[in-house]
Design a protein around this ligand. Structure first.
Ligand SMILES: Nc1ncnc2c1ncn2[C@@H]1O[C@H](COP(=O)(O)OP(=O)(O)O)[C@@H](O)[C@H]1O
Ligand SMILES: [Mg+2]
Length: 406
């Protein structure tokens, strides 16, 4: 009964955690990428600045002091004259493309990912431009670090989600325990109270009926009072029986399954209410396919269709028609109770299956209706792994469709 709620809770929990973890991972990835990129750029800027000091103008000729090795692994330095002609170079990862002064920072993808920084070199004393220096570094290591990070982060997220799912199942189980046990206590209380109420109610009813059997022994004005007592106790008996039934169906997780001939069960019920329908001047019709066999609890299924037929009897007016039809498709048994009665307004359709819910709340005492009928129907249909659907229009009629998978 609480299985669905548990599942929803677990899904919600895992969903929220997945969003948080993913958000966190994306943030970490962005910050890390930014910081690695900055580090690389700063490294190149510093190297370029250092390399500018190795270029000088001597007697009008460019002199490069490249004895000292400045480059690290995966780096290169190239010195150019003012015309962009390569004068000297160091390191393996040289760029084989012409000098471009702007923008100073460039990323290249050919022949492999490389970043370069270009700076003008100025004569130390005069401050005049004498050439350019271009430093570069391969981006392979940066890309490798980022893909390792991606791998680590995504496996972390996957493991995190897996662990949180396991934790979620355990946590929702724990969270649902008190709810389940208080529901169970409530259910037990309803069952016990309805059971205990049966005998005193029976006593009241029997006494009222006995008194009514010999009306000469009571005052004339009291006869109506005894009749009211008898009818009220009748209503209460029905109510307690319905409550007991609901309390029992709430408890049973697996109903008794026996092969039932639904065709004859439905035909029986049509016959049972025929006289009442005729009395009310209804067109009482049935269209039931032969030999509709189904595995289920006969008593409970009888209750389902008698509740639907009683509603059709009650919520119709003289001249209306009520049609019970039952058929089989390749995968389903379909049973429809259709009437041309008062119908239900669209805004009420969602609520009619709730316990004690009635469209017309005021007359429940006189009519003996408690609003439990459809709640019982839905519960029993659910236990038979079936579905119930309703379509209705105010003033036009209603159609209740029960479907069972076969
Ligand atoms: N065939 C129908 N036509 C119109 N209204 C209906 C029909 N069946 C049920 N209803 C509405 O749904 C409400 C709930 O039905 P139900 O659970 O059987 O309770 P009850 O019949 O005891 O009032 C009813 O009070 C009625 O307003
Ligand atoms: Mg009813």
């Amino acid at each position: 009964m609480f299985q669905k709620t548990r599942l929803q809770l677990t899904f919600a929990y895992v969903g929220v955690l997945t969003v948080i973890l993913t958000g966190f991972t994306v943030a970490v990835r962005l910050i890390f990428t930014r910081s690695l990129n900055q580090q690389l750029t700063v490294r190149l800027e510093n190297l370029a600045t250092a390399a500018t000091f190795n270029m000088d103008l001597e007697d009008g000729e460019l002199d490069i002091d490249d004895d000292e090795i400045l480059v690290g692994q995966e780096q290169a330095i190239q010195w150019f004259d003012l015309q962009g002609k390569l004068v000297a170079q160091q390191g393996e990862y040289q760029l084989n493309i012409p000098l471009e002064i702007e923008p100073s920072l460039q990323n290249h993808s050919h022949p492999y990912p490389i970043r370069s920084v270009t700076k003008p070199v100025k004569e130390l004393e005069v401050g005049e431009a004498i050439g350019y220096v271009r430093v570069s570094e391969s981006l392979t290591e940066l890309h490798n670090t980022l893909s390792r990070l991606d791998y680590g982060l995504s496996s972390g997220v996957a493991i995190g989600i897996l662990l949180s799912t396991i934790g979620g199942i355990w946590l929702t189980g724990k969270a649902m325990q008190p709810i389940e046990s208080s529901f169970e206590r409530l259910r037990q209380f309803t069952a016990d109270a309805s059971h205990e109420l049966r005998s005193p109610l029976m006593a009241i009813k029997t006494n009222a009926d006995v008194a009514l059997k010999y009306p000469e022994g009571i005052r004339k004005t009291d006869v109506e009072k005894f009749k009211s007592i008898s009818s009220a106790s009748n209503q209460m008996t029905r109510l307690t029986e319905n409550l007991l039934l609901l309390a029992r169906t709430d408890k049973i997780s697996q109903i008794e399954q026996k092969p039932i001939n639904l065709s004859s069960l439905l035909a029986d019920l049509i016959q049972l209410y025929k006289s009442q329908a005729e009395e009310k001047n209804l067109l009482w019709q049935a269209n039931i396919a032969q030999d509709l066999y189904f595995l289920g609890d006969e008593g409970l299924l009888r209750q389902v269709f008698s509740n639907l037929l009683q509603n059709a009897l009650h919520y119709t007016n003289a001249g209306d028609s009520v049609t019970l039809s039952a058929s089989r498709t390749s995968s389903k048994l379909l049973i429809k109770v259709e009437d041309t009665g008062i119908g239900i307004a669209a805004e009420h359709l969602d609520r009619i299956f709730e316990r004690f819910w009635r469209v017309d709340k005021s007359r429940s005492y006189q009519t003996g209706k408690s609003g439990l009928g459809l709640a019982i129907v839905r519960e029993i249909v659910r236990q038979h792994h079936g579905e119930i659907a309703v379509s209705s229009k105010l003033g036009v009629g209603s159609c209740f469709t029960v479907s069972f998978s076969v």
